[in-house]
Design a protein around this ligand. Structure first.
Ligand code: NAD
Ligand code: TYD
Length: 354
């Protein structure tokens, strides 16, 4: 049985990845600091699983990382741990430097020290996969071709700048030391267990509660949406078949304006939970002050991973959205636990002045 050290495995994508891997009989050491975005509720069902070892801790704690690597001798490290929200990076960029740059660097450096101790096949087959974002490439206008793996980095937010920085360190550890690294740059994800600071779950939760749906600016910004389990499948394909030192773009070929996303959420909810007053939830849409430096459009060209590794998304936007909405409808306690915590302060801070 293979062993993976998964970091950030109590967050949105990491927890979906962990649930998927456990079905494939991979042993997981799940290292997560449980920041506001990490949630043990995301790991429900794995509590008594002897092959899922949860460790609360910081990827930037060298002693802890070193101890875990020596004790569990993983075959791969998959790094999801990060501060992940653009709006929070605008309000408080320092945490993004601390986690996405400094702590990620320490994890990388400890991983290299561990890899140095390996020999033979174990050394050759080891992989360090760093999960990154398409936001490192900056912004596109409507006519521009989608980002490829060779698009120059041009990050525009403190979040994307911090992710770009960690990508560069990971790259440098392959070129300088030969550490077998892989980088994935993925577009916007959606699906079960996404923290409601992000567009789709925020709109779903507000719409269900009959609250305003705050669309930034004119709502014409474009994102390329991918259902989360398709992202996880792409990461597994890269781990198994990717070439060390390479980067792989992952996307949903599903470009939509924000306002169209919000309307889709309203339409789906109106179907499954018709509003008592008979009015469409679209009437709750409220255009609010834009995000500073708001990237206009992201779009991914994922020809490389499709042709070289045989990956393609399985979910359509319709099937993914209906699974997502169903999950949120069936997990009200998960929502209530978040709404009653630190999240309320964030809502106040981010939306009060808009
Ligand atoms: P998330 O915010 O839901 O989860 C992040 C997790 O990392 C949380 O569980 C948190 O507790 C943990 N964490 C934060 N700092 C830590 C630290 N110092 N040590 C250990 N754990 C720590 O994020 P997500 O949406 O699941 O994103 C996961 C990764 O994927 C991130 O690296 C992000 O940049 C990348 N990504 C996200 C998207 C997206 O649409 N969400 C798209 C492309 C790439
Ligand atoms: P988000 O989910 O924060 O992801 P990212 O900024 O990483 O793409 O936002 C997706 C889009 O939705 C982005 O263009 C900003 C917009 N948005 C709103 O219009 N209103 C909101 O309340 C939020 C959170 C985002």
């Amino acid at each position: 049985m293979q062993t993976y050290l998964v970091t950030g495995g109590a967050g949105f994508i990491g927890s979906n990845f962990v649930h998927g891997l456990r079905k494939q009989e991979v042993r997981i050491i799940n290292l997560d600091l449980l920041t506001y975005a990490g949630n043990m509720g995301n790991l429900a069902g794995l509590k008594d699983d002897p092959d899922h070892v949860f460790v609360r801790g910081d990827i930037g704690c060298r002693e802890l990382v070193c101890k875990l690597l020596a004790e569990h001798r993983p075959d791969a490290i998959v790094n999801f741990a990060a501060e992940s929200h653009v709006d929070r990076s605008i309000v408080g960029p320092e945490a993004f430097v601390q986690t996405n740059v400094e702590a990620t660097f320490k994890l990388l450096d400890e991983s290299k020290k561990y890899w140095d101790t390996l020999e033979g096949e174990a050394k050759e087959d080891f992989r360090f996969l760093h999960v990154s974002t398409d936001e490192v490439f900056g912004t596109l206008d409507l006519e521009a071709p989608p980002f490829t793996e060779t698009t120059p980095y041009a990050p525009n937010s403190p979040y994307s700048a911090s992710k770009a920085s960690s990508d560069h360190f990971v790259r440098s550890y392959f070129h300088t030391y030969g550490l077998p690294t892989l980088i994935t740059n993925c577009s916007n994800n959606y699906g079960p267990r996404q923290f409601p600071e992000k567009l789709i779950p925020l709109m779903f939760i507000n719409a269900l509660a009959g609250k305003p749906l705050p669309v930034y600016g004119d709502g014409q910004n474009v994102r390329d949406w991918l259902y989360v389990t398709d992202h996880c499948a792409a990461i597994i394909a890269v781990l198994e078949k990717g070439v060390p030192g390479q980067t792989y773009n992952i996307g949903g070929k599903c470009e939509k304006t924000n306002v169209d996303i919000v309307k889709a959420v309203c339409r789906l909810l109106d179907e499954v939970a018709p509003p008592a007053d008979g009015k469409s939830r679209e009437e709750l849409i409220s255009f609010v002050k834009d995000r500073p430096g708001h990237d206009f459009r992201y779009a991914i060209n994922c020809d490389k991973i499709e042709s070289e590794l045989g990956w393609a998304p399985l979910e359509s936007f319709e099937s993914g959205m209906s699974k997502t909405i169903r999950w949120y409808m069936e997990n009200d306690q998960w929502i209530q636990d978040i709404l009653s915590g630190e999240y309320a302060n964030w809502v106040d801070q981010n939306y009060k002045e808009r």
